[in-house]
Design a protein around this ligand. Sequence first.
Ligand SMILES: Cc1ncc(COP(=O)(O)O)c(C=O)c1O
Length: 362
Amino acid sequence: MKRSSRVTVNPSALQHNLQVAKNTAVNSKVNAVIKANAYGHGAVATAGILYPYTDGFAVSCIAEAIELRQAHIDLPITVLQGHQSIDDLRIAQQYQLRLTVHDTRQLSLLDQYTHHYRFDLNIKIDTGMHRLGFHLEQTQPVYNTLKTHRCVNPDTLILMTHLACADDVDTTYTTQQLRTFNEASKAINIPKSIANSAGILAHKESHANWIRPGIMLYGSSPFSHKHRDDLNLKACMTFNAPVIAVHTLKKGDSIGYGATWKCPSDMSVAVIACGYADGYPRHAKSGTPVFIHGEEAPLIGRVSMDMIVVDIDHLKENNIQTGDIAELWGENISIDSVAQNAETISYELLCNAGNLCSHHSF
Ligand SMILES: Cc1ncc(COP(=O)(O)O)c(C=O)c1O
């Protein structure tokens, strides 16, 4: 039995947003990032929609890549975390996956691999994210090792790094990372990949040979200071839930757990069947907009596990009833505004709603 909240994904918005990435970085190939179940949108369906327009896909781990291959997605697939075991290498060979090599343990696993196979590899260097990647001084020796390694295809090597602050208004950190990357890679004449969505949109110098757009594909702004409309991005995911009760409350009545919100006057409220169990953020503040009958209705009181309450007093003319459908985010309510109200980022909301919501369709 499915819950009543619903996630719907708009395929043409996904294609439009990919086209925005391509138009912004016209000389770069595209590695569309569809990790974490395509940020909650559904990895296989998203890959199917983007397939004719992208040059490859990037996922986090081997399991995500297998899912795509088993669904007959035959474009290059990059595993951003790379292999963690000999068994991963065996699977990468079987499914022809591109691996990311970012530490010396992965090099020794390659040394131990006894099969005759040449892997396609990304070499990842750390220019300031301090998450994954070789130290700068290892760049040249690692490249020298890999380009002559019996298990590596030297013709398909890509050098990559990841930007930590490309979404910042202050560009100092990104400029430093780009300078560091260029310095470390200047003698290494292979394709390069640097830019995530914020890099693509704000730092032309980061475009290089391959871009790696993620969040922008899903129609969300990577910048806190820019709305998706300013970037010509279209919302892909719509998150809806039905009204399951409408009440008139008295001045001073409180709403929900903790009785944190009190009615300033007699007023009408609607209860919507969606809460943190469905992926709506528990920390969304009172005032977070919900869209109902063509207008915004603010959230009031705490978000419960499977319900929220909204103020519909100003919508009386609209005669809101049980069964009416509210939009939690989508074309009318920007997910970025919900994220800001919940002191989080759209990435988290998309993943949570997409992966928790039991009704998911394209
Ligand atoms: C290595 C790498 N490249 C690209 C991306 C895409 O980033 P974004 O969603 O900010 O475009 C990610 C996602 O976190 C990533 O880990």
